[in-house]
Design a protein around this ligand. Sequence first.
Ligand SMILES: [Zn+2]
Length: 368
Amino acid sequence: MRKILLLASLCCVACCTTENVAPQEDQREVKNIIYMIGDGMGLAHVSMLQIEGGYEPTVFDQADNVALITTYSANNRVTDSAAAGTALACGYKTNNSMIGVTPDSVEVRSIIEKAHDKNFATGIAVTCYIQHATPASFYSHLMDRDDKKKANEDFIASGVDVAFGGGRVYFERFDKDYVQTLTNAGYNVLLDEAQLATVEGDKVVGLFADRSMNKILEGRGDYLANATAKALELLDKNVKNNSREGFVLMVEGSKIDFRTHDHETEAILAEMRDFEKAIKVAKEYADKNPGTLVVVCADHETAGTTIVSNESDFRLSESGIEYKYSTLGHSGVMVPVYLYGAGAEAINGVMDNTELSWKLQELIGVKE
Ligand SMILES: [Zn+2]
């Protein structure tokens, strides 16, 4: 009886409180999403990071929740980054080499495009060029992933607030005055990475390389972590200064895939460590800013990467391990998803890559 009375009085408090709350008050638990994609990053890549770090906890080990996603595309059990990017960004399966469209060429919109229309700030930070398949999946609609002219046009039309990466030549190829064109579209245009440290403003495009950014082993430094931190700073200010609903930032460790295609173990490890630094920046932001969900996943696995023992007799102690690659292309295995912060509990289990996108869209209230 006492319990019932207590429940009744609690209910009354809740009802009275609800009456006093302004009807427009935002009830969403998740306001910001930092969507981080390790291109080509399978479980072997994450395991490599653990092994080579002596099993000291990595940022992946600190996830609040994990899930697995399938990666197949509409026309191939082994996807490319265009179809996989479209699934993660838009929630639709498409054919390999198509971006932001269904296999029958109907345009579908991404979480970034929908968020932009619903008064969110949006951003992209990558180590490839910004017209590359994964970032383009978040703002473009291409029958062919190599249609960089349309990728440029779609980028400008998308209204993405902050974008950092390479890609100067792909703008210049179709528009000699691309800096002026981007400026006319409202962007503060940076062509020198040193400007990242001091840049201000709501709309910023940093094009720091003609094509992709350097390899990490060839002097890229902490670009990705710095670009992630700067993008978060600019988006955070944008949200606060302009009463935005929140933000969606996509960050890609693009070159994990490139180096894995080349079977360069040392370079893969370096790209993984670099991606981990960017994840730490995102996680620190989420720790300090309630309402932020960090999602770390991959678009597909590259090269069928495996970790094998040199000694096939498992009754013996180990005599060393070897990283092996079973293809020059991609593989069809599922890839991991790591979740940190607000809403992390809402995503777990085995799901399709399209389902992950819809869940994220739902969490920030932009699902249509
Ligand atoms: Zn690839």
